[in-house]
Design a binder for this molecule. Structure first.
Ligand code: GLY
Length: 550
């Protein structure tokens, strides 16, 4: 084992290249709205506000007013920080709120409809970003989305497929009266008149319109009529929080990522630091050895994640110990290339992730070199599926990211941890990993993805694909991905790109391979700063994701 600090030479770009500024998001409409803000002189933070809101109409699958997220930034002069606009449990929440009279979890309560909804953070998030860093008036940042809502958004093939697959559950939760109740075909146009009116009121009246005004009253009334817990007091008390990001060195990269209540930064730091002593580049991308090494580091990191991490305002997280170099070295002592380490030997099993795979990420670099990496979510696809017709947006089901019954197996035979138990006003643990990477002290990459628990491994692999395996940004984003999260003790491979021979060789070493499920792992949207200062976008072909720039 040798410590290797040299990386591959920078690959020539294969994605969209821009001279100065770029936005990459899940929909072309949202990327263009963000870019237009930059073109008229706004900065990356203005573009963040505009893109975040545009996704609520262009990508209602995960873009939102009724959810929350995390944003990591790095200013042109190198200052880094992060904003937590994660949802919170309402004041009426309690540890056993999703258990029946026998003490068993009732998953529908935390996943579908009004009972699943956490206090939304997105509007607080954009206003806080704007208050601190914005340069254009908020009304100018919201106007393009109000126009888009009125003009309508074209339904893509992928969107039509998604809407069709959630049609029944949306009807079950909402009846047949919502905007999405009709069969949507590719090429149709969806107009969002109610969302346009809500955004116009927010534009006219400011942040308090959403948390204290007519919008709050409508939302709270709507939720309470349907058995939800959120009150006007919950809305009024919501605050986005600036947090110190997780910052660490991987060889000659400096990685800046999200701290708890997201597990993203801590878990990625553990994975990469456990891998760091090995010469990954010489093992080759997607070889048995490199997959083994990544898997064993991820197995150990997720075991810690699931047991120790939660909302730092409620739980003492042993950060120093978890990130200590000696500790991480000791964690890998049981690893050998000769055979898999079974997960039940890594630690006493404590928790299986119960996060959905639906979220969205966007990356922005402006013409001055400011960078924003933001991941936002409703949790499930279309969140709780509950669509607030009078206001024009879906509500999250983020309460399901808590562990409903710590210490006891849930309906999947999986076990929850105390650190992520439910409490009033607590934030539920997330895996969102908005990340910015510096190289030689300069901005090098802005990266993130949706994907629930697979977010952390997808972001880590994207960084490694460029740094260790010499890929361009677009190649690294498009490359097939795999995932391991301790429990279940399975390596999950995307359908394409991994041969049967490779899987057989891993099976022979004792690894369990997913056979029945061949999902998409993440939809990464990223930007790389090229050696000559131009920008290369990596927009994930797994979705309708689009990079635009100038
Ligand atoms: N709801 C997905 C996450 O926060 O990780």
């Amino acid at each position: 084992m040798t410590l290797v600090s040299c990386s591959q030479p920078e690959a020539a770009p294969t994605g969209v290249v821009a001279e100065k500024a770029m936005v990459v998001s899940a929909r072309e409409e949202a990327s263009r709205i963000g870019l237009e803000v930059l073109r008229k002189g706004g900065n990356a933070f203005d573009a963040m506000v505009a893109t975040e809101i545009a996704l609520a109409s262009a990508y209602p699958f995960a873009g939102n007013l009724g959810g929350g997220g995390f944003m990591v930034y790095r200013t042109a002069d190198g200052e880094a920080g992060s904003l937590d606009y994660r949802e919170k449990a309402p004041l009426a929440a309690h540890k056993d709120m999703y258990l029946d009279s026998l003490g068993n979890p009732v998953p529908d309560l935390s996943r579908k409809g009004a009972t699943a909804v956490g206090v939304p953070g997105t509007i607080a998030g954009i206003f806080e970003v704007h208050r601190r860093f914005g340069s254009l008036p908020m009304s100018e940042l919201l106007a393009p989305t109000i126009e888009l809502c009125e003009r309508g958004v074209r339904v893509t093939e992928k969107q039509a497929e998604r809407l069709a697959s959630y049609f029944e559950v949306m009807a079950e939760v909402n009846g047949d009266s919502i905007l999405f109740a009709n069969d949507c075909q590719p090429g149709d146009t969806l107009r969002y008149a109610a969302l346009a009116r809500t955004l116009q009121r927010i534009s006219d009246n400011g942040r308090d319109e959403f948390y204290k005004g007519e919008t709050a009253r409508t939302l709270v009334g709507f939720l309470q009529e349907r058995g939800g817990y959120i009150t006007m007091e919950d809305m009024a008390r919501y605050q986005a929080v600036w947090r110190d990001p997780v910052v660490f060195q991987y060889k000659d990269l400096k990685v800046i990522s999200m701290a708890p209540p997201s597990s993203g930064g801590v878990t990625m730091q553990q994975i990469l630091r456990m891998m760091e002593p090995y010469d990954l580049a010489s093992m080759g991308q997607h070889t048995s050895r490199s997959i083994q090494l990544f898997t064993e580091a991820a197995r150990r990191a997720y075991a810690d994640r699931n047991y120790y991490l939660g909302d730092p305002d409620f739980v003492d997280i042993p950060m120093e110990e978890l990130l200590n170099a000696e500790y991480l070295k000791a964690r890998m002592k049981t690893f050998s290339f000769d055979s898999a380490t079974p997960s039940d030997q890594v630690s006493e099993g404590k928790l299986m992730l119960r996060e959905s795979e639906e979220t969205t990420h966007y990356s922005i670099v402006d013409q001055w070199g400011n960078a924003v990496s933001a991941t936002t979510t409703l949790n499930g696809a279309y969140g709780s599926k509950l669509y607030c017709t009078p206001l024009g947006f879906f509500l999250n089901n983020e309460m399901d990211d808590f562990s409903a019954k710590p210490g006891v197996p849930n309906m999947f035979g999986l076990i929850g941890a105390e650190a992520n138990s439910i409490a009033p006003e607590k934030r539920m643990l997330s895996s969102m990993t908005p990340t910015i990477v510096e190289r030689d002290g300069k901005l090098w990459m802005v990266v993130g993805t949706p994907g629930g628990s697979t977010i952390i491994t997808a972001v880590s692999q994207t960084i490694l694909n460029v740094y260790e395996f010499g890929q361009s940004m677009q190649q690294a984003v498009s490359a097939p991905r795999f995932h391991h999260q301790w429990l279940p003790d399975l390596i999950v491979f995307e359908p394409e790109g991994f041969s049967d021979a490779l899987k057989d060789s891993l099976r022979n070493l004792g690894y369990h391979i997913n056979e029945n499920r061949t999902p998409i792992i993440g939809k990464v949207d990223a930007i790389r700063v090229l050696p000559d200062g131009r920008l290369e976008g990596g927009a994930d072909p797994r979705g309708d994701d689009t990079a635009v720039g100038f």
